[in-house]
Design a protein around this ligand. Structure first.
Ligand SMILES: CC(C)(COP(=O)(O)OP(=O)(O)OC[C@H]1O[C@@H](n2cnc3c(N)ncnc32)[C@H](O)[C@@H]1OP(=O)(O)O)[C@@H](O)C(=O)NCCC(=O)NCCSC(=O)CCC(=O)c1ccccc1C(=O)O
Length: 354
């Protein structure tokens, strides 16, 4: 992104400054008045001296012990291995891959001829892939993306929309994308939306429920519901309002406009915008940085960041992580062991910390 530049402060010409009283005054007074007016105009044209630059210099490679110890992650392509479904069959609507030797899974919506619009079957496959990635303890981060460069996802397949949801191979409709949203939100590993092209309608909601969004410079974001007769009154409204603020959220839903990647970044919808050709490399970088960090810290942080907004379900997720950690302690083990040995547990040696 180009660095913002302020217009240089240039001295205004005298014609601008000429006011009737100037001519009648003594030269000393005229000079002082001129000086004051120039100072006022100059202060309006140039940034105040203490104003920090809008883009702060990167400290990613600062020369301090923190950076010397942690260093930078290797910049290299991933080697992807395809994953079949649990019955050994190939997925049809998605591509599911894992990076060889790295804890990264990549799930790609594979309907580029429909701008990666999803049908119920697509969602069922996505749910199965996300379940697998959750259960695989070698996986620490999951990328969600769309096939090709034209679209991340254009929402529900409108050709399959009926009076009770979306119907493909069944005689009744479904809105099963809502189950997928909940699954991503509760999944105890970070999910990163890697967005090239359109992320609109239900596709826009999908990127919003992901933990992070890396956008290519060709990405386009927006809700179309008010134009196509649909709305997401769940996460699609509440998370958006949290991300961009209530006024902007109303604008996005009521007007159904599209926003380019830089506008989306400014609104807080995406974490970073990169050139299209660098999209996957940048996303891999973010994944690798996350993978260097404590998985338990990240698990608890994700549930903590969602807890208030997700109400009881959010607390349950956070509470589940607390129980998981507690089970690993001697104190918890004493309770279980005592039960198994049919004796009274002895918790006396465990501190009652302040
Ligand atoms: C995305 C576009 C802006 C791209 O425009 P363009 O590049 O010009 O391509 P097109 O020529 O329009 O499209 C190529 C091809 O793809 C077909 N297509 C694209 N999008 C869809 C779609 N969503 N459904 C069906 N088909 C689609 C298009 O028809 C073309 O096919 P041809 O055969 O070649 O003609 C533009 O395509 C566009 O505006 N698309 C529609 C975007 C949209 O309105 N999406 C639906 C929003 S509503 C929704 O997603 C609800 C989802 C949902 O299930 C839900 C319900 C209730 C609560 C919550 C949710 C939720 O959160 O998801």
């Amino acid at each position: 992104m180009a660095s913002p530049s302020f217009r240089p402060a240039k001295a205004p010409d005298l014609a601008q400054l000429s006011g009737a009283p100037l001519m009648a005054d003594t030269p000393g007074k005229v000079f002082k008045t001129l000086e004051r007016r120039i100072a006022t105009l100059t202060s309006q044209l140039s940034p105040p001296p203490s104003c920090p630059p809008l883009i702060s210099p990167s400290i990613a490679s600062a020369d301090d012990s923190y950076h010397r110890i942690h260093g930078e992650v290797p910049m290299k392509e991933a080697s992807w291995g395809a994953v079949c479904d649990e019955t050994g069959k190939e997925f049809t609507d998605i591509i599911y891959e894992k990076a060889v030797g790295e804890g990264i899974a990549k799930i790609t919506i594979n309907r580029p001829e429909r701008r990666n619009a999803f049908r119920p079957h697509t969602i069922k496959e996505l749910i199965r892939a996300f379940n697998d990635a959750r259960d695989d303890s070698a996986v620490g981060v999951i990328i969600l993306t769309g096939k090709g460069t034209k679209a991340f996802c254009s929402g529900g397949d409108q050709a399959l929309r009926s009076s009770d949801g979306y119907a493909d191979f069944e005689s009744f409709g479904r809105l099963n994308v809502l189950d997928l949203q909940v699954q991503i939100r509760r999944l105890p590993k970070p999910v990163i939306a890697m967005v090239a092209g359109y992320a609109v309608g239900g596709g826009h909601v999908l990127h919003m429920v992901c933990d992070l969004t890396i956008a290519a410079d060709n990405a386009v974001f927006g809700q179309t519901g008010a134009k196509v007769g649909s709305f997401d009154a769940g996460y699609g409204s509440s998370i958006m309002s949290r991300l961009v603020g209530p006024k902007k959220a109303r604008e996005m839903w009521f007007l159904s406009r599209f926003y380019n990647a830089y506008e989306a970044e400014k609104m807080g919808l995406v974490n970073v915008v990169v050139p299209l050709e660098k999209l996957e490399m940048e996303t891999l970088n973010w994944c690798r940085e996350i993978l260097r960090n404590s998985p338990t810290a990240i698990r608890v942080l994700k549930s903590a960041l969602n807890a208030v907004d997700d109400g009881h379900a959010g607390l349950q997720e956070l509470g589940g992580s607390a129980t998981l950690i507690f089970y690993g302690t001697e104190e918890a083990n004493e309770g279980k062991t005592a039960y198994m040995q049919r004796r009274r547990p002895d918790f006396s040696k465990f501190p009652r910390r302040p």
